[in-house]
Ligand binder design. Sequence first.
Ligand SMILES: *Cc1c(COP(=O)(O)O)cnc(C)c1O
Length: 418
Amino acid sequence: MYSKTEIATLDNNDPLSHCRDLFHFPGTLDHPQIYMCANSLGLQLKSIPAAMQVELERWQKHGKQGWWEGDPSWFTTHEYLSRAMARIVGANAAEVVAMNTLTINIHLLLSSFYKPQGKKTKVLMERGAFSSDHHAIKSQLKFNNLDPDLHAIYIECDTDSNLISEKNIVQLIKDHHDEIALVFLGGVNYYTGQVLDMSLIAKTCQEYELPLGLDLAHAVGNINLELNKWGVDFAAWCTYKYLNSGPGGPGGIFVHEKHHDNIKPALTGWWGHEEATRFEMKADYIPAKGAAGWQVSTPQILNYIGLRENLKLLDQLNLDDIFNKRIKFNEVMDEMISSLQNKGKSIKLITPKESNARGAQCSITVGQDAKSVYEKLLAHNVICDWRSPNVIRLTPAPLYNSFSEVYQLYDILDQIIE
Ligand SMILES: *Cc1c(COP(=O)(O)O)cnc(C)c1O
């Protein structure tokens, strides 16, 4: 394992070290928790309560005029969010909008992009996809009067490693392209932390003219994304994990510009109507250009504030600093695990080791009952999570975790793992 001095040097040389102080840490002042759970809910930026207060006061002072008062007014709040999130996902502002929450957005996008026709009816997805993706796809199939058992093609993971191979995905696309209507994948797997080669998969989908949709819940704010360049057709994500927007924070969507003239929102509401004539209240629907056309309802302004504050912070940072720190975290975590293994401890990383195939999350398995290890970690003030049957997810977040915390984690794991 790295020495204490080496760890201190890593913290001293960290270009993001100033960000740590911008966040509230759960626990007490004397014993702040070692919070390694950005994969579930990111921490609160200290600037959020005051920023919320500004909006509450705007409402107090201006009532409905708040929609037009101030810069940005509530009416234009989404514009900044689109621009700032577009930078993070590698897109143009017109391709991105913040709205609703993730699973709802997946449904809205599927209703436009999943168009079973003739022999092409099937959806290619991972067997190990997040439960909500399964629910969304299955219900969309049923909604189209298709039997989910017959119209989903599953990508299986390796039974030993739990990982999936892009080669396998490419082969399935080649073998089944004439019956596939949509490919829908998670960019980063929630369980193993595996990052898929989205560029390669997008290229293959384009060869066979298949739409590709991505669930980027664990990717946004975590890994480098180039959705426009890769030619991904659509994507949706939540912002409460690596973008720290707060519990139930707004979702984000991406619709590639190549579709802005040919694919229309299928389930519509007035907020997706073109802005200039929205308030003419006509019954005919004219979609706003780009991703904004997928909006349905009045934006939940108060819920946008946590996201906005985080995006303002990210705007001041070099995204490469975040990615580089994550890679360094990975190295230290790997070193920690092999050092524990050398001491005879039964601990294993199931996340891929290659830096382009993983994000910040490290999924580990242990030889003993993982739930009890998880509970012992909690008792030692380490906040992480546990996924059935035996995976513990530990996520040092580049924005607020320190290398010293990983060092403390090492000592704790050394004590509790057999
Ligand atoms: C966290 C997560 C979700 C959560 O969806 P919500 O609709 O925001 O509850 C969905 N998909 C994946 C892959 C996730 O990791």
